[in-house]
Design a protein around this ligand. Structure first.
Ligand code: ZN
Length: 251
């Protein structure tokens, strides 16, 4: 079924959430743009203004590391200023009340955790932390971005003087296998799979709803634009996430 009626969709989703035993949400850039975070891959996004620093370059070149930190420092403010919206908050409430198993996200902004979600699989890592490529040491990001802005020097790991990088998955870097495994497992176990604000083009984003549907889950896709998986969805909603989730909260 295809609808653009947020109210009607909300009624159906409410019924399914109440009757499901393992609902899983999968979120993409669309949930974060409604919190004011630009879709980094879209026109006007940070990555269209700058050259891409691939993971190999970051590892090998001090100049590439400097360029990476410069770009990340600029993007940092947009993350720091953003706060969770009604969709993030509703997913956190559902988890707390036992109606949602967890959230799988393509986003790196940490807004699900800020909203109170505990079970979050971050496929592309998090921009809220830095990690050392050499020893695995981790820390919250803010102080390190400030240090870079003040000194214009790429920071070193305080434990081993190794290469410090945002704890996100860079272009050319593979996804964390344990996170991916868990996400696949959740998709197989789910009886209701909500794909929210993702164009479902990039892998493994495209695979997870497919796995859920072929394992017998109801697949709900809410996105402003059509996706390649609309044809296998039980319900496709072309509306803003905020409109659907406001309506869900009014029920
Ligand atoms: Zn280190």
């Amino acid at each position: 079924m295809l609808t653009s009626d947020a109210q009607q969709a909300a009624g159906q989703i409410r019924e399914w959430i109440d009757s499901s035993t393992c609902a899983v949400a999968f979120t993409g850039a669309g949930i974060s743009t409604e919190s004011g975070i630009p879709d980094f891959r879209s026109p006007g996004g940070v990555w269209s203004k700058y050259r891409t620093v691939y993971f190999d370059e970051f590892c090998e070149s001090a100049d590439a590391r400097h360029e990476y930190w410069r770009q990340k420092a600029e993007a940092h403010q947009e993350f720091a200023d953003a706060s969770p919206n009604v969709t993030h908050r509703t997913l956190a409430d559902w988890e707390a009340s036992g109606n949602l198993h967890g959230v799988i996200t393509q986003n790196i902004d940490g807004l699900h955790q800020q909203a109170g979600s505990k079970r979050v699989q971050e496929l592309h890592g998090t921009a809220r932390e830095v990690s050392c490529l050499d020893c695995g040491w981790r820390d919250v990001v803010d102080g390190w971005v400030n240090q870079f802005l003040e000194t214009d020097q790429v920071p070193e790991c305080p434990e081993c003087t190794g290469r410090l990088k945002h704890a996100t998955v860079s272009f050319g870097q593979s996804l964390p296998p344990d996170v991916l495994d868990t996400a696949m497992q959740w998709a197989r176990q789910s009886d209701l799979f909500l794909a929210l604000g993702s164009s479902l083009v990039v892998e493994p984003a495209a695979s997870l709803p497919r796995i859920a549907a072929s394992s017998g889950a109801r697949l709900v896709i809410i996105n402003r634009d059509e996706t390649p998986l609309d044809g296998i969805a039980t319900l496709t909603v072309r509306a803003a996430l905020g409109d659907v989730f406001e309506a869900l909260n009014d029920e």
